[in-house]
Design a protein around this ligand. Structure first.
Ligand SMILES: Nc1ncnc2c1ncn2[C@@H]1O[C@H](COP(=O)(O)OP(=O)(O)O)[C@@H](O)[C@H]1O
Ligand SMILES: [Mg+2]
Length: 221
């Protein structure tokens, strides 16, 4: 079953001399429960595509459907609800809230949505990501790898339809990057999470069920 379908997606930035055709007709289907890696040179349109799937940006043309929700035509408020309920984001720079503890950061998406966590799921995922002893710490007290593990727990907590990760190991050294990736892969397998991850690292891409290669706003292979 496909959890995401992208049809005929186009996106242009700027105009005139400075025009950039970031996406030039993307068709893509993402299978539920699978780990898809997106690779390609810098500027090939990877982040733009991920932002469209996550409802962070809107295409000029084409269509994105995520877990039965057609994004075109949604108002900004509806898109916010979509992102909150269907998407978990993991960024290169972690994007944690510095004034909140690890536990508060992880639970933050649920507090925004006005719901609470399933305590068993919280305890289990925190343990899986080796965070059970760091729940009262603040993000700056953790290593980069530790902070990214918090961001992964936060992305998982609402059991989103899809997890989107944009170069999640880009700010980590090789060893902690591998460690974080191993745990991310273990989490998505444990919870049958669909994961789409942008990476520059071909070794990481080889861990994926499928590799999508972007080139100049198009998908190759
Ligand atoms: N908000 C923006 N305004 C202008 N140009 C942009 C914007 N976002 C992306 N681009 C351009 O679109 C192209 C694709 O960018 P991006 O999707 O970030 O590529 P990638 O993630 O593969 O490095 C690049 O040429 C980039 O400079
Ligand atoms: Mg990018």
């Amino acid at each position: 079953m496909d959890i995401v379908t992208v049809h005929h997606l186009y996106k242009t930035f700027g105009r005139g001399e400075g025009v950039v055709h970031a996406l030039r007709g993307i068709d893509l289907a993402i299978e539920k429960g699978k780990f898809t890696a997106v690779i390609g040179a810098s500027g090939s349109g990877k982040t733009t595509l991920l932002n469209m799937i996550g409802g962070l940006d809107t295409p000029d043309e084409g269509e994105v459907v995520v877990d039965g929700v057609r994004l075109s035509g949604l108002k900004e408020k509806e898109l916010a609800v979509f992102r909150r309920s269907k998407v978990g984001f993991i960024y290169q720079n972690f994007n944690l809230i510095p004034t909140l503890t690890v536990k508060e950061n992880i639970l933050f998406p649920l507090s925004l949505a006005g719901t609470t966590s399933d305590p068993d799921f919280f305890a289990e995922s925190v343990k899986l990501l080796h965070l059970e002893d760091r729940l009262n710490a603040y993000p700056h007290e953790l290593s980069g790898g530790g902070q990214q593990r918090v961001a992964i727990a936060r992305a998982l907590i609402a059991k989103p339809a899809i997890l989107l990760a944009d170069e999640p190991t880009g700010n980590l050294d090789t060893k902690s990057g591998q460690n974080v990736l191993g745990l991310l892969k273990l989490s998505v397998e444990t919870y049958h999470q669909t994961l789409v991850m942008i990476t520059h690292n071909l070794e990481i891409a080889q861990m994926a069920d499928r590799v999508v290669r972007m080139e100049d706003g198009r998908i190759h292979g």
